[in-house]
Each structure stands twice: as C-alpha cells, then as structure tokens.
Design a protein around this ligand. Structure first.
Ligand code: BG6
Length: 510
C-alpha cells in the first residue's frame, strides 16, 4: 500500500491556533479513595496539568478521603513521585515538572482519614468545605458508590444553594448488568439531581473520540455520505496487548463484555452512528446518543463470539494463557474477547452491519473505527487489466496514534490502467502541538465548568447495558467460548462471523 501524507500545507486554512479556555471556578475537589492507583496515575497528574495550563482558580483545593493511616505530607510525597512518572505528553514523552506549579497545588492538598460508611467522615468534610463549590470524585470500588452518595445526602454535602454547586463524578463500572445499573441510577437520584451526576467513560476524554462529532458535523463532505446508501459496513475495534494484569479478581467476574462493551465500545458506536444533535448542548448530544443505542436490534446468539486467550507470545515474548494467570480459576469461562454484529434499526443505518470487537492479548494495541464505503460500479473497468476495486475506507484512529486515514484507489503510474490502494493520513500530533495530557484533563475541567456533554446520562448508561443484556444472560452456560493464541488476531469464530457476510476484519497486527 503506497502512502500519501497530508502535509501541513500553508495553502489551506491553518487551524493550529491557540484555543484558550477560561479558568475553572473556585472550589474544593474531594477525592474519595484518593490513596489509590487511579488518583496517583491519572487524577493528580491531570489536575497538575490543568494547574500548569493556568486553568485552576487560585482558590482551588484538594481533599483526599481514605482509610489509610497516612499524613497529608506522606500523601503529597507519594503524589509527587507518581507525577514524575505520569505527567507525560500523550502518554509517551517525559515532560519536566514545574516546581512552582506543584508547590502551589500540593500546598492545597488536605487529607481526611475515615471510613466511607461513617457519618463522622462526612462531618469532618463538611467542616472543611463550608459553603464552597465542591466536586466529589468517587475513585473507589463500585460497591461504595451508593453508600457515599447516601452519606453525602444525609450530611447535607450534596445540597446546592444559590450559585454554589455540588457535583459527583462516578467512575465505571456503573452496574454489572441492566438491572443493577437501573438500581444504582435510582439510588443516586434519590439524593442528587441528574445535573449533579457526572458518570465518567474515559474514552470520551480521548481527543479523537471527541473529534468524531467535529469531523462528521463540521465538514460538508462526510455527512452526505454517512448513511446506508453509501456505507457498506462499519468495524469498531478496541484491541489490547495487555492481559488481565493484576486485576484477576475484578476481571473474573467482569469479563470483556461488561468491561468494554456497554461503555467504551457503545460510546464509539454512538458517536459514529448518531444523528446530528440540534446543538452541542449536553442534553442535545446525549439525547441523540441514547436514541441510536436504543435503535440497536436485540442481538442474536449467532451474532456474538466470546473468546479467551490461550498461551502465545506478545512482542516475541511467551505469555501464559488466561487460565494460568495468577488469581484466575484454572477452569474459568470468563471471556477476554468478544465480537458482535449489531444492526441499527433506523432510516440512516437499516441493513448496515456494525461489527464490533474488543479483547486482551491481541496482536497489537489498536482502537479504531473503520467505515467501509460501498464499492464504485465495476463496469467501467471491464475491458482493462483491473480485476478488483479497492474499497474506500475511512479509518478513525483512536489509539495508539490519533488521526484519520482515507483509503482510496489511484492509478499506478504506467502505460496501462492498473489501480492501487493509497492512503491519505491526518495525524493529530503532527498537525497540532498538544500539551501534556493524561486524557482526564478535559473531563475534569468540563465537570468544573458544568459541561456534561462528555459524561453519560442515566439513560445512556442503561441503553448501553440493554444492548449487551442478552449476551450476559446466555453467558451462564459454559458452552460458546472460543480460544485464541495470545498475540493473534482473535478467535477463528470471529473471522467466520464476517465471512458469513462475505466480509473480513481489517488486520489488528501489522
Ligand atoms: C478500562 C478497562 O475501562 O479500559 C480495562 O477496565 C481496559 O480493562 C481499559 O484495559 C482500556 O482503556 P484504554 O484507554 O487503555 O484503551
């Protein structure tokens, strides 16, 4: 495949101008479970990056709530150590820390030691917060979500008054099936108004995921083609090379379907398939996302492949199979891979399959959306040496690199008509000069300024679970698990799923 790189030509409108957002409001950022991994790896580095970019108010402070017997100084020290590792540019290049920014931010960190169930913890917090704006970040195991929000209600901490806001950010997993997600929503809504709840899906913090809407709706030439008349099918891939890592306990009862599909994969699908919202107002966008998820047909058993990785190799290093990972049941039927064919029942997409797949220990780390267009009519080339036309594909790359590639046919130079597939690529990092980012900055900042567009509303969450609910119900039966070698493209049954429709997956590995 030859390649044409879309150069940063000065002849077209240069969009690399500075986009300067306003400073967030004053207030307190309370992190429940602040001693944990998420806080060290993502939250504190993201807050530091926001502070470096001048986006935190001078009256912004952090309170960490946890059970560990540590001092605020110990905590500041351990945050500083993790900052050195996690403040990176697009997750790769190291960036040197600004001591003045860290000194200012760390001096605002306070620690409350207490149990999440204990009313006294919330009394102490209330004394420290007073009448300031407050964001409560629940970086805790899912079983504490309901308890903490109940306690915020009882203590009066959830109550907003005048312009003073109280918001709660909730991490995934939001429920473990449709019924538990509905029950959790009901429980939270007994204390909070929907407008106070910010349910995080970290995929929505990724620049290219946000860019899907910009790309579709701010360009005249995509949207007219974005429908069943022109699109043959769509493939959504979220492939990882990592295995279960140290999360066997969580993963054994979760598996790939629950872990990735109702949330991340459904967000990618909704962004790709939704109708244009009437504005970029949070509710207008979320209305359209929910509508398209609700339009997905009930998934059929024969349209789902569940797989589990067996031993294999990743980057030429041997790795064990899932069942031999520490903490995993040697007879486990937990899936580490899932592929599904989904059909959307509306005017735009009737008859266009959306094939989605996600898995661990695959050939490469790659998240992308491939929009396959229908082939041009072949008739014109009948009497030429051309024997097939390269399909037009638009690839939205989400990770590891962020960008967009268009694949189309071009004539190979020479006296006879031979066609070759070429690729035109837009690479985010080449075009834009981005600051250091963990992927959480936009989400935290949006919550501070009260913009919920990138967060999931109760109905979005429930619509995602509704899609996978039939799969969760069949999963109790041990049958129907296909094995694949670690480092491969996934189970053969997933290839058969597309072969049945005379299609094939794009390769994950190079
Ligand atoms: C998390 C899942 O939500 O997303 C993990 O729990 C998965 O199992 C991760 O590895 C993938 O996120 P990313 O941003 O690395 O694609």
């Amino acid at each position: 495949m030859e390649s044409i790189v879309a150069s940063a030509s000065s002849q077209i409108d240069d969009t690399r101008h500075e986009n300067v957002p306003r400073r967030g409001p004053p207030g307190v950022f309370v992190i429940f479970g602040g001693g944990g991994d998420l806080t060290h790896r993502l939250l504190v580095p993201a807050l530091y990056n926001l502070a470096s970019a001048g986006l935190l108010d001078s009256h912004f402070s952090i309170i960490v709530v946890d059970r560990a017997d540590v001092s605020a100084d110990d905590l500041r020290q351990s945050f500083h150590e993790s900052l050195e590792n996690f403040v990176t540019s697009r997750g790769t290049e190291a960036v040197s820390l600004h001591d003045d920014v860290w000194t200012r931010l760390s001096s605002s960190i306070d620690y409350v030691r207490g149990s999440f169930e204990d009313a006294a913890t919330y009394d102490t917090l209330a004394g420290k917060i007073g009448s300031q704006n407050c964001i409560f970040y629940l970086a805790v195991a899912a079983r504490f979500f309901g308890t903490i929000v109940d306690q915020l209600g009882v203590s009066g901490l959830a109550k907003e008054s005048g312009k003073v806001f109280r918001r709660v950010i909730i991490e995934k997993p939001f429920g473990s099936d449709l019924a538990s997600a509905i029950a959790l929503n009901e429980r939270l809504l007994r204390t909070l108004d929907e407008s106070q709840i910010y349910r995080i899906d970290h995929y929505l913090g990724k620049e290219t995921v946000q860019n899907i809407l910009a790309l579709r709706f701010s360009n005249g030439f995509f949207e007219p083609l974005w429908n069943r008349d022109n699109i043959d099918h769509v493939q959504i891939t979220a492939a990882e090379t990592v295995g279960v890592e140290q999360r066997a306990r969580f993963y054994e009862s979760t598996g790939a379907v629950r872990d990735m599909v109702p949330n991340h994969v459904m967000q990618l699908l909704a962004m790709t398939a939704m109708e244009a919202p009437i504005s970029f107002d949070a509710d207008a966008v979320r209305d359209e996302k929910t509508k398209v998820l609700k339009a997905i047909h009930t998934v059929q058993h024969h349209d789902v492949v569940r797989g589990q990785y067996a031993a294999g190799s990743i980057k030429e290093q041997p790795v064990v199979g899932y069942r031999d990972e520490p903490g995993v049941d040697p007879h486990s039927h937990t899936e580490t891979y899932v592929a599904m064919k989904l059909m959307i029942d509306n005017w735009r997409w009737a008859g266009v399959p959306f094939y989605v797949r996600t898995g661990k220990r695959l050939a490469a780390r790659k998240t992308e959306i491939a929009v396959h267009f229908k082939s041009a009519p072949y008739a014109l080339f009948r009497d030429t040496p051309v024997d097939r036309l390269t399909p037009n594909i638009m690839l939205l790359h989400i990770q590891p690199t962020e960008g967009v590639t268009l694949q189309f046919s071009a004539k190979i130079p020479g006296p006879t008509v031979h066609l070759g597939g070429v690729r035109m690529k837009f690479d985010y990092s080449e075009w834009f000069h981005e600051g250091p980012s963990t992927g959480y900055e936009t989400l935290l900042y949006d919550c501070m300024i009260g913009d919920a567009t990138l967060f999931q509303r109760a109905d979005n969450i429930e619509a995602g679970w509704r899609v996978v609910q039939p799969v969760l119900e069949w999963m109790h039966a041990p049958a129907g698990l296909d094995f694949y070698a670690a480092g491969s493209e996934g189970p053969k049954a997933a290839d058969d799923l597309l072969a049945r429709d005379h299609r094939h997956w794009l390769k994950i590995g190079s």
